[in-house]
Structure formats: C-alpha cells, structure tokens
Design a protein around this ligand. Structure first.
Ligand SMILES: Nc1ncnc2c1ncn2[C@@H]1O[C@H](COP(=O)(O)OP(=O)(O)OP(=O)(O)O)[C@@H](O)[C@H]1O
Ligand SMILES: [Mg+2]
Length: 283
C-alpha cells in the first residue's frame, strides 16, 4: 500500500439499501474505502457482497442511500463516477460470441482508450495474467479460470482509480492465483485503490489493509485485520471436541481457560481473521 489517505475516501457509501420486492439484500450500509488501500469485503453466501458491489459500480440501482466515487455521486454524476471504476464481476460478463481480444477491444472502446494506444495497452495488460495463447479464442470456449482472468484484464485496461474484484480468485489454479495476487499488489503499489471480496479469509488477511464483515445485508465490523483480532482478543482457545472457540487478551488467561476444560483436547493459537469472521458471523 502506498500512502493510504484516511480523510480522502475514494468510495463513500452512506446508508445504502437495496431491496428486491420485499426482501432487503443490503440494509442501510455505510463505509468508506480510503485512497490507496486494499479493502476486503467478507461475508457468508448471500450476505449482500455482490449486491453492494453491483450497486456501487452502477450496475444495480439502489433503493436508498448515497454513493460517491472519488467525490462523484453515482446517481447524478454517473459518467464521471463510471470513468473511475473498473469491475470484474463474480458472474463473468464477457461477450461469449467474441474472442478474448475482441472483448478487450470492446472494453477499450467503451472506456475511450485512444485507438493509437489500444494495441499496446491490450498487449501489456493481457500479459500480466498470461492471456497470450488465449487471445484469439472465443470466450465461450474458455474454461472458467481463463474467463475470469480475461474479465479481470478487461477491468484494468483503462487504469481505473478504484478496481472492484468480486471473488477474483474463485476457481483459479495456484499459479494464476499467485499471478493475480502480484497484479493486485503491483496495481495497488502504483496507486490503484482495490475493493475485493473473497471467501478465502487468509487471502484477505494477507492482502487487505482493512476489511468489512457483512452478514444479512448489514455491516457488522470494519477495521484492519490486526485491529479486529485485537478487539476480540489476540489468543484463541479452540475446544477440539465441541469446535467452540474463545478469545483471550493474553496467554495466561488462555492457559487458565484451557486448564478448566478438564483435559479435553484443545489448541491454543494466535487469533487470525478466520476466528474474527467466525466470532462475528457464527459461520
Ligand atoms: N436480482 C435479485 N433478485 C432477488 N434477490 C436477489 C437478487 N440478487 C441478489 N438477491 C438476493 O440478495 C441476497 C444477497 O445476494 P448477494 O449475491 O449480494 O450475496 P453475496 O454476499 O455476494 O453471496 P455469495 O458469497 O454467495 O456470492 C441473496 O439472498 C440473494 O438471493
Ligand atoms: Mg457474491
């Protein structure tokens, strides 16, 4: 991360709600993503992560609330907001009738990349995820992982101010996952703000400056992994028989509790973000 600026949010979400009929998928959510940070959105299936991202990125209409992208309101300053956004959706939105190269050209045109730069930019960005051999294949013929990589390259062509990646590593093999982590870190190091979701909590812990935990459409917690771990207690005792996890402020307190388990098998570990997630969502 290069110089996170806390009083300079690139994404500002205020009291955002999204309803589908009488079901509320996003329920009065407020948070900020600071310029230059990697921000992770964590939550169980159906928590409202994708709906929130689709709404912030102007794909889904909000039912209430306000979203500013780099100071531009997505409802009345749509064009300026949209220019600054890159989005790779969870449900990949390539044009399956087109080749990877044609999809990339289409995105480049949508984002008004000058014709004279297009070929060079497409070549440079597609090399970052090693799309080379797949550039002239029809998108419909690609495996899930290659589709995902192509959709991520589409999202970064215009060098967005803030890049939204909804479960970008889902379905990627180990090599591709490492390529993508490098890409995320490099983009971030050169100033791109990143907003990602993932079900791999360890991935969030290693990549993210701050995370938000969402469940049932409501934001439960926001903070750095370290802050959230300290808040519930930095030492965890896990009862192997019941699976019950309890946090403590220090080893002495953890050892006292472990002794009270009456010889039941247990482990004592540093509290990780995984335990924070479990403590707040119950999953
Ligand atoms: N277009 C829609 N119409 C009706 N309900 C919807 C629609 N889109 C999402 N939902 C519902 O909104 C809730 C939140 O869905 P969302 O896709 O945002 O969850 P998520 O946190 O991204 O989950 P996952 O981890 O499975 O991707 C779910 O209950 C889902 O069924
Ligand atoms: Mg989702």
């Amino acid at each position: 991360m290069v110089g996170r600026i806390e009083d300079d949010p690139v994404v500002k979400v205020e009291d955002l709600s999204v309803r589908f009929g009488d079901f509320t998928a996003v329920d009065g959510v407020s948070f900020e993503v600071y310029r230059g940070e990697i921000f992770g959105f964590l939550g169980p299936n159906g928590a409202g992560k994708t709906t929130t991202i689709r709404t912030i990125t102007t794909i889904q209409k909000p039912s209430g609330g306000k979203v500013l992208i780099d100071g531009h309101d997505i409802s009345d300053d749509f064009i300026e907001a949209r220019k600054r956004i890159g989005i790779a959706q969870q449900h990949i939105s390539l044009d399956v009738e087109l080749t990877v190269r044609q999809n990339l050209i289409h995105h480049a045109m949508l984002h008004k990349i000058p014709k004279k730069d297009m070929e060079r930019i497409i070549k440079e960005k597609s090399e970052l995820l090693e799309l080379g051999d797949y550039m002239d294949r029809k998108a419909e013929k690609l495996s899930g992982g290659w589709k995902r990589k192509a959709s991520i390259v589409c999202a970064i062509l215009h060098e967005p101010t803030v890049l939204f990646l909804d479960e970008p590593t889902a379905g990627l093999d180990t090599h591709s996952r490492h390529l993508l982590w490098d890409l995320i870190r490099n983009l971030n190091a050169s100033g791109t703000t990143i907003f990602l979701t993932t079900h791999y909590i360890e991935e969030a812990e290693s990549l993210c400056d701050r995370v938000a935990i969402i469940d049932h459409g409501r934001l439960l917690k926001t903070g750095s992994p370290e802050e959230l771990e300290q808040e519930i207690g930095p030492v965890t005792v896990e009862d192997a028989e019941t699976g019950n996890c309890v946090q403590f402020p220090d080893m002495d307190a953890a050892n006292d509790y472990a002794a009270s388990l009456g010889g039941r098998y247990h482990t004592i570990r540093r509290t990780t973000l995984e335990y924070v997630f479990l403590a707040h969502t119950g999953y």
